[in-house]
Structure formats: structure tokens, C-alpha cells
Design a protein around this ligand. Structure first.
Ligand code: IPM
Ligand code: MG
Length: 357
């Protein structure tokens, strides 16, 4: 089990250090894990002058899975666009063909008060957002900035999906829905955009292969509204790259604790890149304040999806729940009556719970 570890920028190295401790425990217990470190994003720019260097590409191509901390920081915001950390993330997704992005939004009962929504609206929330990750307006050509025939400056991007791109994400989404509550909501803007009208047509075709799954369709503006009005109506949501980027941030905040949410980005063979849904939080970097749980839970997703080790994944998830149950909280999820702990102390507690399990 070859894992490429990319700590990245900002809080990335500190949260990754805690996730690696969990993998070390599992290795001591006999899991054949091999970890190798690399750089991505700003850290890669600092060392090699580019956000996704060849050294990193070679490392991640040879690995079975990639565990990533986070990328980005204000010191890189003024770099030429192709050199910015975010471009490294887009490049690794495209290079590894990681077209299926799974972003669960789960409300832990212990954290019911963390949401800005009323507890009765979000309690029991468990949504899986499936976002297409290597197509759409993020990658469509032509793109650029230029000058019109009339001499005015302009900029343009292209929303574009091929049939095979839509079909493969549809199969992933139906497959996931079939294993959950068998309800799949495909989000589009078919009333305006041909690209997503096409998306919807393909989903209706693929649905015939999954009679056990109930497929529904929703316009993206309505979906944004329904997510805050009545989020529990959703089981699995599937959508394109740009809508998925936006809706997954919205859904994560329903849980009130983006510091808790892992994500997986998978290729056609379940090779995957796993990362917390949150960013690099430069404001608290290096202060031992960050919440490592999303990264720890990303490692659990890795064991489940790439390595088919559901028992070990459940063991990590149970350890996290046990620690929350004991009232330990990092600053981002802290509330009155709980014990505020640092990033590394949270790691200590999860390691102890993992050893005890
Ligand atoms: C995400 C992020 C990225 C995206 C950025 C950092 C390029 O927002 O993973 O959701 O837009 O995909
Ligand atoms: Mg985003």
C-alpha cells in the first residue's frame, strides 16, 4: 500500500503529521503501509519554482493513493496564474484522472450546535456530494483573456462536457446511491445551459441501468436554496465541476464544522487523492490550533475506497467519535462545557482511542 504524503501549505504540515500518526498505528498492527513524502502547491513552488513539479508527478503516479494536507497562502497570490498553488491542485487532479470527487457532509450528533442552522433542520444530516472534477468550465477550451474585434478587453471560459465524461461520473454516482438510501439528485441548469441539458439527458439514459435508484433533477439555484431550507431531503447529489465546487462548500457549512469533513477524488480504478475539504488556513498556520480531524477522516476514506479496508476505516472513524464523545474540541468546534485542545493534543487523543479499539 504505497501512499504519497503531500503536506502542502499553511496548516497542511501540522494536520498531516497527526493523520500520519494514525497510519503509523495501523502499520504497527500489521497493515503494509509505505509512506513517501512530496511537495505540492506553494511548498513545491518554494522548492522547485512550480506548483506541481515532475518530482511530485513521478511520486504520485507510482503511488496507490495520495494523502494531501492543503495548498495556498497569501504570499503566492501575486504569482503569475500558472504558478499559483491552486494550479498545482488542478494539475494533479487532471494528471491522475481523478474525475470523481466525493464530499460527504455529515453532522456529528456531538457537534449539533456547531451549525448556524437550527438543530431541527440539520440533525441527522448525511449527504454525499459527488462532484465531477476534471471537466466543465474548469478545463474547457477555449479559455483566456484577450481583445475583441472592436478593440475592447474581454475574458472567456468554456463550459464543456463530453458524453464519456458525463457517463463515467453518472456511474460513480448511481453506484454510491445504490449503496446508500438509493436517492440521487442530479443538479443542473438545463433551463439555460446546453452543457447541463446534455448532462441531464445522459443521466436519464444511465438511470435505466440502475432501476433501484430513484433519480431526480434540480436546478442549481434551487438546489442552493433547498440545501439551507431542508437539507435532509438529499441523500446523494451529483453535479458538474463548478456547481459542485459551490454546493459542496455550502453543504459543508450545514454541519458547522468544515474542519471535520474529508474528501476523496478517485480515478476509474479507485486510485485516489484524499484531502480535507477545508483550505490551508494561513492565519492559524504553525500555531498548533488547527483541527486535524478532517485529514484523519480523509485517511479513513483512503483505507475504504482505495484499499478496500473498511474495518480499518471504521476503526479510525470510531476513534474520532470516541474523542468527540469525551468532549475534546479544537478551537474551530469548541463550545461551552467542552475541553479546548490543540492540534497535536487532538492527535494524541485519537491515537489513544485507536490503540484502545
Ligand atoms: C476545491 C477548491 C479548488 C477548486 C480550488 C482551490 C482550485 O475550491 O477543492 O473545492 O475550485 O476545485
Ligand atoms: Mg472549492
Amino acid at each position: 500500500m504505497k501512499i504519497a504524503i503531500l503536506p502542502g501549505d499553511g496548516i497542511g504540515p501540522e494536520i498531516m503529521a497527526q493523520a500520519v500518526r494514525m497510519l503509523d498505528v495501523l502499520r504497527e498492527d500489521g497493515l503494509p503501509l509505505e509512506l513517501e513524502y512530496g511537495v505540492l502547491g506553494g511548498a513545491a513552488y518554494d522548492r522547485y519554482g512550480v506548483p506541481y513539479p515532475d518530482e511530485t508527478a513521478r511520486l504520485v503516479r507510482a503511488a496507490d493513493a495520495v494523502l494531501l494536507g492543503a495548498v495556498g497562502g497569501p504570499q503566492y497570490d501575486t504569482l503569475d496564474r500558472p504558478l499559483r498553488p491552486e494550479r498545482g491542485l488542478l494539475a494533479i487532479r487532471k494528471d491522475l484522472g481523478l474525475f470523481a470527487n466525493l464530499r460527504p457532509a455529515i453532522l456529528y450528533p456531538e457537534l449539533a450546535n456547531a451549525s448556524t442552522l437550527k438543530p431541527e433542520v440539520v440533525s441527522g444530516l448525511d449527504i454525499m456530494i459527488v462532484r465531477e472534477l476534471t471537466g466543465d468550465i474548469y478545463f474547457g477550451q477555449p479559455r483566456g483573456m484577450g481583445v475583441t474585434a472592436g478593440g475592447e478587453r474581454e475574458a472567456y471560459n468554456t463550459m464543456r462536457y463530453s458524453e464519456s465524461e458525463v457517463r463515467r461520473i453518472a456511474h460513480v454516482a448511481f453506484g454510491i446511491a445504490a449503496k446508500r438510501n438509493r436517492r440521487l439528485c442530479s443538479v443542473d441548469k438545463a433551463n439555460v445551459l446546453e452543457t447541463t441539458e446534455f448532462w441531464k439527458e445522459i443521466f436519464i439514459e444511465v438511470a435505466k441501468e440502475y432501476p433501484e435508484v430513484e433519480l431526480s433533477h434540480m436546478y442549481v439555484d434551487n438546489a442552493a436554496m433547498q440545501l439551507v431550507r431542508n437539507p435532509r431531503q438529499f441523500d446523494v447529489m451529483v453535479t458538474g465541476n463548478i456547481f459542485g465546487d459551490i454546493l459542496s462548500d455550502e453543504a459543508s457549512m450545514l454541519t458547522g464544522s468544515i474542519g471535520m469533513l474529508p474528501s476523496a477524488s478517485l480515478d476509474a480504478n479507485n486510485k485516489g487523492l484524499y484531502e480535507p475539504s477545508h483550505g490551508s488556513a494561513p492565519d492559524i498556520a504553525g500555531k498548533n490550533l488547527a483541527n486535524p480531524l478532517a485529514t484523519i477522516l480523509s485517511a479513513a476514506m483512503m483505507l475504504r475506497y482505495t484499499f478496500n479496508r473498511n474495518a480499518e476505516a471504521l476503526r479510525i472513524e470510531a476513534a474520532v467519535k470516541a474523542v468527540l464523545g469525551k468532549g475534546l474540541r479544537t478551537a474551530d468546534i469548541w463550545e461551552e462545557g467542552c475541553e479546548k485542545v490543540s492540534c497535536s493534543a487532538m492527535g494524541d487523543a485519537v491515537v489513544a482511542a485507536l490503540r484502545a479499539a
